[in-house]
Design a protein around this ligand. Structure first.
Ligand code: AHG
Ligand code: MN
Ligand code: MN
Length: 330
């Protein structure tokens, strides 16, 4: 008889068998994130037909034009979690302030980038959602509770809206990927215990910003393009405009994604709390590295919910070499 597929719920419950301190609540929380993924994937499959493309005309706290799908994705996270009884606070790229959920006593805090890669919405290119889960230590103010280092996350992951819809996450016990089987509406285990190669052959960066990068970063990108077979160069450039899609490619195949700081914007573009930290936890759990260029992303002390951070993430050897260039050792 064919091997019975492993559903998300079964996998999480079996994971918890090894970790009795994690209650069943956690498996429900991850399943709820999967529900958001199913609902958004459903919308995206016909986005060109149901008038949900284009912009809302609003500008968000990031100073970016809000796409209708950004708003839909954010509202879907709010609707699914506000009555779940699992999450006491929801923080989002699309909301200036964290949103207190109905159940203030709930144990978990959820931080999300509800739709990642928004420049791709109207051209049918890959999109994602990124989530970071923290435990609420009651009694502190919401801001203090949220603004903890990335090492304090208890789980993190992403939904990739690609050719198929995938849910990839870690609870600190390795990284596992599930693929949505739309015909039964279940996420089935497709990539157990993902390990990122220690070195890759792909780099992912918006080269249009080259002249704004610090000299060390420029020299590293120049190095990757030199013809030198023994060191696997030149690397291939692959950049989709969706961080989740680009990091997923690198997580499975190896390589390096960079959104560096720039001369007039040293903090870069990507947000620490709901882009850098969750993806850094995933990639480190798979054996890779995530750095600002000078320090480990997960060790950055947050000062503000929407603060930006330079993000260099991927294979350990590739990220370490970038750090050598940036810090003047190469
Ligand atoms: P978001 O859509 O959540 O704002 O994220 C967009 C991010 C990331 O997904 C992507 O890699 C990067 O911005 C693209 O930025 P550029 O268009 O500047 O390359
Ligand atoms: Mn994003
Ligand atoms: Mn976003």
């Amino acid at each position: 008889m064919a091997k019975f597929p492993i559903t998300l719920s079964r996998f999480i419950i079996e994971q918890q068998a090894a970790h009795p301190e994690a209650t069943g609540e956690f498996s429900v929380l991850l399943t709820q994130i999967g529900l958001v993924g199913k609902m958004i994937a459903h919308d995206l499959r016909r986005a060109g037909l149901n008038k949900i493309l284009g912009t809302t005309g609003e500008t968000n706290v990031q100073g970016e034009i809000v796409k209708k799908l950004d708003q839909i994705a954010n509202d879907t996270f709010v609707r699914v979690f506000e009555h779940s009884g699992l999450v006491c606070v929801l923080a989002s790229e699309e909301m200036e302030k964290p949103l207190k959920m109905v159940h203030e006593g709930a144990r978990y805090m959820l931080l999300v980038d509800p739709l990642d890669g928004s420049s791709n919405t109207d051209v049918n290119m890959p999109l994602g959602a990124i989530f970071s889960i923290r435990r609420s230590r009651t009694g502190q103010s919401v801001e203090d509770e949220l603004l903890q280092k990335g090492t304090e996350q208890i789980a993190a992951g992403y939904v990739l809206y690609g050719a198929s819809t995938m849910l990839v996450f870690t609870v600190g016990q390795g990284v596992h990927g599930f693929t949505l089987e739309p015909s039964i509406g279940e996420y089935l285990l497709s990539n157990e215990n993902i390990r990122i190669p220690s070195k890759g052959k792909v780099y992912s960066v918006n080269e249009g910003n080259y002249h704004r990068w610090p000299a060390g970063t420029q020299r590293y990108l120049d190095y990757l393009k030199v013809q030198d077979k023994p060191s696997g160069r030149p690397y291939s450039g692959r950049y989709s405009g969706c961080l989740v899609a680009d990091v997923h490619r690198i997580l499975l195949g190896g390589g390096i994604y960079l959104y560096p700081g720039e001369k007039d914007k040293p903090e870069g573009k990507l947000r620490l709390m709901y882009e850098g930290n969750p993806l850094a936890m995933v990639v480190e759990q798979a054996g890779g590295k995530a750095s600002t260029g000078t320090m480990r992303i997960l060790d950055v002390e947050p000062k503000a919910l929407h603060q930006r951070v330079p993000l260099i993430i991927g294979s350990a050897e590739d990220v370490s070499l970038l750090e050598d260039y940036v810090q003047g050792r190469a």
